[in-house]
Ligand binder design. Structure first.
Ligand SMILES: Cc1cc2nc3c(=O)[nH]c(=O)nc-3n(C[C@H](O)[C@H](O)[C@H](O)COP(=O)(O)O)c2cc1C
Length: 137
């Protein structure tokens, strides 16, 4: 199975994509998908300033792709709201089929890195997706 990882800034527009499965991941910002203000805040904390995010990328014409979503999220405090779930809702509205429930992977503190074990959990999640995809036909 061939896979490709693309940053949102380099991604083709959603309606140009042809793939068996599109996986969309985003950091959770202010209980959901990032906005210009939250990305500015992340930049103030030392991150790169990104002028475009998944929220903007998902402002698209209808598409009928098979998709799954995930996010990164703080563990403590256990805040409500997950960027992956918000992205899944938008993708469903656009006409996509959701292959699996969105998953969150937890980071240390507010800024990361990923907590121990999370990368393994992400790998397993990816393997489960591949199995579902095969069974889905
Ligand atoms: C402005 C801002 C708002 C955030 N809001 C939340 C939040 O509501 N819930 C949460 O779990 N994490 C929140 N975080 C933490 C981010 O989820 C975390 O920094 C990110 O997932 C790390 O991934 P990255 O290194 O790819 O950005 C926020 C971070 C920033 C900068």
């Amino acid at each position: 199975m061939h896979s490709e990882v693309v940053a949102v800034l380099d991604a083709p527009s959603l309606d140009q994509i042809e793939t068996d499965l599109l996986i969309v991941g985003a950091p959770t910002h202010a209980f959901g998908l990032s906005r210009p203000t939250t990305r500015e805040d992340a930049h103030q904390r030392g991150g790169e300033l990104l002028e475009f995010g998944i929220r903007e990328w998902l402002e698209s014409d209808p598409v009928s792709l098979r998709v799954a979503t995930f996010d990164t999220h703080v563990r403590h405090p256990n805040l409500p709201g997950h960027a992956g779930q918000k992205a899944a809702k938008k993708l469903k509205k656009l006409g996509c089929t959701i292959l699996a429930n969105s998953e969150s992977f937890f980071v240390e503190g507010y800024e990361g890195p990923l907590l121990p074990g999370e990368l393994d959990r992400a790998r397993k999640w990816g393997q489960d997706l591949a199995t579902r995809l095969r069974n889905h036909g």
